[in-house]
Design a binder for this molecule. Sequence first.
Ligand SMILES: C[S@@+](CC[C@H](N)C(=O)[O-])C[C@H]1O[C@@H](n2cnc3c(N)ncnc32)[C@H](O)[C@@H]1O
Length: 202
Amino acid sequence: MNKTPWDHAGAAESIDTYWRTSPLEIEWRSKLKACLKESKIDLTGHVLDAGCGTGLIYEMLIELGMKPEAYCGIDHSEAMLALARWRHKEAVFMQCPVDEGEIVPEDYRFDTTLCISVLQHMKSYENAIRTLVDVTRSTLYIATWLHNAPDVIRFDGTYYGNTYSVTRMLAFVSSCSKRVMCADCKMLFMQNGIIVVRMKDA
Ligand SMILES: C[S@@+](CC[C@H](N)C(=O)[O-])C[C@H]1O[C@@H](n2cnc3c(N)ncnc32)[C@H](O)[C@@H]1O
């Protein structure tokens, strides 16, 4: 697999340190954790963490009561995965892109899927969301940079700075599959919103 922007020398280590020490990151992650808890996230079945980075979402899910064997983290960056595997030898972390079609063996579904702060780093989110909807049996959580104005869908040609409209994303998610029962959004912190998608098979 080609090197990703996350594989530049030292990038994984420095962003991991930032996530663990920046007051803004700490506040965002604590709001995210409270929101997952409030939504009664089901961590008893199979859990997919798409774009798992260095394992901070894994740590949050363990704090929320998940057993390590329930978890599968995927990411396209070998450097991010190396740090996650080094920290959490008990968990499964696999190298796999979220937006290039099949991400797990055919017919495999996860009860709960999370894709936290990943889509804003892609040039477009459609393929990733279709795939995530396909592999999710019960509930999908998507956190990304959102805006309440209905017409915001900005791609600035880089991996960064993408801001999406809540209305458009909800409409797109709902159009992906008849299995989508409902999709709601909650704005959490500094333009970070979380979309909670409930599936009919739940
Ligand atoms: C901002 S980090 C978030 C990491 C983790 N979800 C968290 O909240 O701590 C974004 C992660 O998404 C991964 N990523 C970006 N685009 C991806 C893609 N197309 N497929 C898989 N992973 C991707 C990056 O390698 C990076 O680890």
